[in-house]
Write a protein that binds this ligand. Structure first.
Ligand code: DOR
Ligand code: ZN
Length: 346
């Protein structure tokens, strides 16, 4: 007997679509399964103003296959020069659904991010007033701090002080990777939530480093110890409204992943839903998959849930491409390391 599972159509609350040829290659991969996605603004140059976000949105819509129904939810890249009035206008027009904070130097294309958090205080206060969420890349950049500790230290040194100083600011801790992150998100009340990626539910740091270095498992924040992966699994499969899916699917061409200084990012758009169904089934939590992929995110972002559905069916191992063609090269699809049995029905 075929087992099947029907969900409200999922959304991806953290997605990198890039631009140009790469955008055209990867946009169909997300649009196939997801209704909406929060689009990261770390282009070169970054998406800083409302006008830039509107133009980027048009380029994304133009890159979608004919007939695709996919709504890009735009974000602005917070800099120390961001104008609170521009942010408020972009929000009031309905264009922008969040502002993204990258600590300067924390990750890919974060050079224009924030070094002095006092400088962005007027923007954060405006966002608290109008209810516009702040998506935070939560890692300190202090070279003294070990890369595996950067998320936990960020919570103490940056996130908690900002939240105390800015009552009412609505914050999404993006792509949490630690037990500390999961606990802080859960205990933070209704103005705080966290996204969790597909890959951080599957890999720990051994997957990157044992038996040869695996560049396609390298992302930021970097995967941590097994105890943290298990804490993320417990959080994602709990149904708790503090947690929802943000894949952080982040394509880089293989030449730049398999490189002496390889780029950070796992590309999961193609097989995320098959992986998540497998993970939730392994943890006897298939009945809570819909909360994670389709309900908790809209609730936090104060958007309606999608009115369409998506059905997964269980059967023989799923065949998905190892790589997709992109930008004159290939992009490797994330390999979870175990067979997948749940297929998205067309
Ligand atoms: O692994 C990552 N890749 N983490 C980020 O924060 C950025 C992303 C990218 O843009 O490639
Ligand atoms: Zn990201």
């Amino acid at each position: 007997m075929t087992q099947s599972l029907t969900l409200r159509r999922p959304d991806d609350w953290h997605l990198h679509l890039r631009d140009g040829e790469m955008l055209r290659a990867v946009a169909p991969e997300s649009a196939r399964h997801f209704a909406r996605a929060i689009i990261m603004p770390n282009l070169v140059p970054p998406v800083v103003t409302g006008a830039q976000a509107a133009a980027y949105r048009d380029r994304i819509l133009a890159a979608l296959p004919d007939g695709a129904r996919f709504e890009p939810l735009m974000t602005l890249y917070l800099t120390e020069d961001t104008d609170p009035a521009d942010v408020a206008a972009a929000h009031a027009s309905g264009l922008v659904k969040a502002v993204k904070l990258y600590p300067a130097g924390a990750t890919t294309n974060s050079a224009s991010g924030v070094s002095n958090f006092d400088k962005v205080r007027p923007v954060l206060e405006k966002m608290a007033e109008i209810g516009l969420p702040l998506c935070m890349h939560g890692e300190v950049t202090d070279p003294e701090i070990d890369i595996f500790d950067r998320e936990a230290v960020f919570i103490d040194r940056v996130l908690d002080p900002i939240r105390r100083a800015t009552p009412g600011l609505r914050v999404v801790m993006e792509h949490i990777t630690t037990a500390q992150g999961a606990q802080y998100a859960r205990d933070g009340g209704e103005d705080l939530a966290a996204t969790i990626t597909t890959h951080h539910l599957v890999i720990n740091r051994n997957h990157i480093l044992v038996g040869g270095i695996k560049p396609h498992y390298y992302c930021l924040p970097v995967a941590k110890r097994e105890e943290h992966r298990l804490a993320l699994r417990a959080a994602a499969t709990s149904g708790d409204p503090s947690y929802f899916l943000g894949t952080d699917s982040a394509p880089h061409v293989d030449a730049l992943k398999e490189h002496a200084c390889g780029c950070a990012g796992c590309f999961t758009a193609t097989n995320t839903l098959s992986i998540l169904a497998e993970v939730f089934e392994q943890d006897a939590a298939l009945d809570r998959l819909e909360a994670f992929t389709s309900l908790n995110g809209p609730a936090f972002y104060r958007l309606p849930v999608n009115d369409t559905t998506l059905t997964l069916t269980k059967g023989a191992p799923v065949v998905y491409p190892e790589k997709i063609d992109a930008a004159g090269d290939t992009v490797t699809v994330f390999d979870p390391g175990f067979p997948l049995h749940w297929t998205v029905a067309t």
